[in-house]
Design a protein around this ligand. Structure first.
Ligand SMILES: Nc1ncnc2c1ncn2[C@@H]1O[C@H](COP(=O)(O)OP(=O)(O)OP(=O)(O)O)[C@@H](O)[C@H]1O
Length: 425
């Protein structure tokens, strides 16, 4: 069994009269990257400050490699835990190199200077974070983002089993955000243990092994990103209306925050959506948030798109879990398609089970097809499914996921503009 590098046991912290953390427990194994996520004021910084013994818990214990940090001297804690704080403003006028060298303080005797191995660790940390280019510049004469990297270098020079990062990417440009998290990832893969407060849920999901979701001082969920970042936990923790899907390029869990459903858009028209397996969720949200009257189906009961549709109160045609779309369901879907101004088909797998959905979609006057990969790369039920799909595709507007709202709006306008034949002469 791997021993936990960090063991948080039933920690409670009060600041003034406010209980900021309550009953917080977690264990983090060596070589794990944990993302601490949660809304503003949830207690992330307070927890990090308890882990490095800057705050003493009112109740409970924090152990790092088995040692209760509240019982250690500052120097002893400094050999176990390194911290990159959120506020990187430093008022003293040290050079970048001198600042990184401060990471070695817990190891130096009062009268001795830096030893060769100390210099080596400092040089390596500066190289890893690419701050060696401005090693001799004053810390007050570099940008906020550069300063954040210098403090990361200082933490690496400290050479501790546990590293805490409070918003490590907050003031970094997109390139340095990724570079910093890639570097943290490498350090973790080499055996370091990192706990980082990260606001950007998608960066956290992509880089962290586990997430700890804090809300009002308690742990609301913990575990692998996909188990923590669900639509219902996000609603509970952030009060946010969000869609959770997979990032099309990286495959990581991907959160899209949406405008509040209560602020409904003004769009007018009916859209029927054929999807399934989570492919339609985002479009269901966006179309109904825009104000369209949305129906969806046929979907299997228990499918995540079915859950989303229920949450949004949409007209939904369902069939039993894993059951094919039967004749009755197909008839209802056809009615919805005929009633809609536009039918949107999201790139679903077309097995025997839902071929009937595609056939029903043939009744549409206006069709929009979302494609993220070629039909040939999807699962489909033989030649007949391929032909049905090709026929639909030949008369559809084919779009990427980001183009759906625009394409649907244009199609509805088309559907509502009378053709010359319909004019009264
Ligand atoms: N010195 C203090 N006295 C009283 N309350 C405090 C004190 N410091 C922080 N708090 C409160 O404790 C709560 C948690 O603060 P904390 O900074 O840990 O949250 P956070 O999750 O890091 O927030 P953010 O995402 O905004 O950085 C907040 O409600 C904050 O107002």
């Amino acid at each position: 069994m791997t021993e936990a590098v960090l063991d948080i046991d039933d920690v409670a912290v009060s600041l003034g009269d406010v209980r900021v953390l309550d009953g917080v427990s977690a264990a983090v194994d060596r070589g794990t990257f944990v993302g601490l996520v949660g809304p503003n004021g949830a207690g992330k910084t307070t927890l990090l400050r308890t882990l490095n013994a800057a705050l003493r818990p009112d109740e409970g214990t924090v152990r790092v490699t088995g040692q209760n940090v509240a019982e250690l001297s500052a120097k002893e804690v400094g050999r176990l835990v390194a911290t990159v704080p959120q506020d990187t403003s430093l008022s003293f006028d040290f050079s970048v190199r001198q600042t990184v060298e401060m990471g070695r303080t817990p190891y130096l005797s009062r009268f001795g200077g830096m030893r060769p191995e100390d210099h080596e660790l400092v040089d390596r940390a500066m190289k890893q974070t690419a701050v060696d280019e401005f090693a001799d510049r004053a810390i007050t004469a570099i940008s906020g983002g550069e300063r954040q990297r210098v403090l990361l270098a200082r933490a690496l020079a400290q050479d501790t089993p546990l590293v805490l990062l409070d918003e490590p990417t907050a003031s970094l440009d997109i390139n340095h955000q990724v570079r910093t998290l890639e570097l943290v990832r490498e350090l973790v893969d080499d055996g370091k243990t990192v706990v980082a407060a990260i606001h950007d849920l998608n960066l956290a999901a992509h880089y962290c092994d586990e997430l700890l979701l804090l809300g009002e001082g308690r742990i609301l969920a913990s575990g692998p990103p996909e188990s923590v970042l669900t639509e219902s936990t996000l609603e509970r923790a952030f009060g946010a209306n969000a869609v959770v899907s997979r990032h099309p390029v990286t495959g990581s869990v991907y959160v899209t925050a949406l405008p509040d459903q209560r602020t409904h858009g003004e769009a007018d028209g009916r859209v029927h959506v054929v999807g399934g397996g989570g492919s339609a969720a985002r479009h269901l949200y966006l179309l109904s948030a825009a104000g369209y009257d949305v129906s969806v189906g046929a979907l299997n009961e228990g499918d995540s798109d079915t859950e989303t549709a229920r949450q949004l109160g949409l007209d939904t045609v369902t069939v039993n879990p894993f059951a094919p779309v039967d004749a009755a369901a197909r008839k209802t879907v056809t009615e919805y398609v005929e009633r809609a101004d536009v039918t949107l088909v999201v790139d679903i797998e077309i097995g025997e089970g839902n071929l009937a959905n595609l056939e029903a979609a043939r009744a549409a006057d206006e069709l929009v097809l979302v494609e993220t990969r070629p039909f040939a790369e999807r699962n489909y039920a033989g030649e007949s499914a391929a032909r049905t799909y090709e026929t639909l595709r030949s008369r559809a507007t084919v779009v990427t996921p980001d183009e759906v709202l625009g394409a649907v709006t244009a199609a509805i306008e088309r559907a509502r503009t009378p053709t010359p034949a319909q004019h009264d002469y």
